[in-house]
Design a protein around this ligand. Sequence first.
Ligand code: AMP
Length: 181
Amino acid sequence: MTAPSWSHLKDLVRTIPDHPKNGILFRDITTLIADPVGLRSAVDGLLLPFLNEKIERVVGIEARGFILGGAVAHELGRGFVPIRKKGKLPWKTIGQDYALEYGVDRMEMHADAIAPGDRILLIDDLIATGGTAEAAVQLIRRSGGEVVAAAFVVDLPDLGGADKLRAAGVGVHSLIAFEGH
Ligand code: AMP
């Protein structure tokens, strides 16, 4: 089967210049997920390459990765694991610092959320520099999980995040790309 095109999704992404900082073109997917065809296409597009893969859990990154990752987990019939910003999860956590395109932060995952050997599909809305996804991969690997792939609706290839993930041994799947920052 030839890979389907998801380019129609680009028109549903709202671009906001200088948010949250000067020089950032913020790619807002709330307009895409508010559209019924947009949401369903995005979820279908994220999970299609993995229908025949052995996957134990879907991991989503706060906050937009929860919306998409939850839907992907539901459709695949698998459990969902959240990675959250520091201090939000109620049980024992493991944490990882990471650099954002616009700042530094720490993310956490429950220490018992992933069992050694679990095969994981990682989901977020967008990959830019790759710092966020790379930290999530580290958390999953520290728990003994194997990252089968990371899937994103939007790739900003000029920022190099997808290449960085591939260099770290993670398969990367994305639906649409925007040039520039
Ligand atoms: P990065 O760690 O640089 O790959 O950034 C990815 C994370 O930051 C994702 O969770 C995105 O939601 C968010 N993000 C980074 N840059 C942008 C952008 N230009 N537009 C929208 N979201 C972004």
